[in-house]
Design a binder for this molecule. Structure first.
Ligand code: SAH
Length: 225
């Protein structure tokens, strides 16, 4: 994959390398595929201009429309939990800036991403196209209902906090597929992985986290947003 380059990108390259070693590897990310890809995807190209200098800070950043781009470590942990090997098709709920989608796109065959705010979906499309990333398809809608047209998915990643795992997403998982999702209240959640097995759904706790709320029919009420 080719990412656009300018001479002024050199300092971002150094910051990205530091992020991989000082944040991701140091805090226990072990997947060499995830570490390699996050060492190449230019996070600075996905954050709003005014926050660009902080693109590689060890925290989430505010983005347009009161949303946020997750901390690099959280992106790495969620991506690693999907255990992607290459041929998978993945559904993302909450496109936001498109950064998580760009990371996934380098690790699997196709990414389908649903965003409820049309302006964010449009900006993400532009940013992904600018990076030459062609295997991400974005739609505007309520991602708590999944995206049935392209189901089943080998992996589903929800980048907003939910009251529970939405049933439509569990239904749209392929056999052996995994749903990675923050579940809890509106303020704090537990990152969970649900794996669809022949004998039922296996649930694992990964770590405590804080995401913006997942709003929709199988999430939090939009009226209280
Ligand atoms: N993955 C993003 C971060 C997303 S922040 C990135 O890499 O930048 C969470 C996003 O989920 C927000 O953009 C929010 O608008 C979106 N969201 C919340 N509820 C949603 C729903 N029901 N369907 C689709 N998107 C939703």
């Amino acid at each position: 994959m080719i990412f656009g380059r300018r001479k002024s990108d050199d300092s971002f390259d150094a910051q990205r390398a530091d992020m991989v070693e000082g944040q991701l590897r140091r805090h226990g990310i072990r997947s060499e595929r995830v570490l390699d890809v996050m060492g190449r995807v230019p996070r600075e190209a996905f954050v709003p201009d005014r926050h660009r200098a902080f693109a590689y800070a060890d925290n989430a950043l505010p983005v347009e429309h009161g949303q946020s781009i997750s901390q690099p470590y959280m992106v790495a942990l969620m991506t690693q939990a999907l255990e992607l090997e290459g041929p998978e098709r993945v559904l993302e709920i909450g496109t936001g800036t498109g950064y998580q989608a760009a990371v996934l796109a380098a690790l699997c065959a196709a990414v389908y991403s649903v965003e409820r705010i049309p302006e964010l979906a449009e900006t993400a499309r532009t940013r992904l196209a600018d990076q030459g990333i062609a295997n991400v398809t974005i739609t505007v809608g309520d991602g708590t209902c999944g995206w049935p047209e392209h189901a089943p998915y080998d992996g589903i990643i929800v980048t907003a906090g939910a009251p529970k795992a939405p049933q439509p997403l569990l239904n749209q998982l392929a056999a052996g597929g995994r749903l990675v999702i923050p579940v809890g209240d509106r303020v704090s959640q537990m990152l969970k992985a649900f794996t669809k097995r022949a004998d039922g759904i296996r649930e694992q706790d990964l770590c405590a986290c804080k995401f913006v709320p997942l709003l929709g029919a199988h999430g939090w009420s939009e009226r209280e947003a």
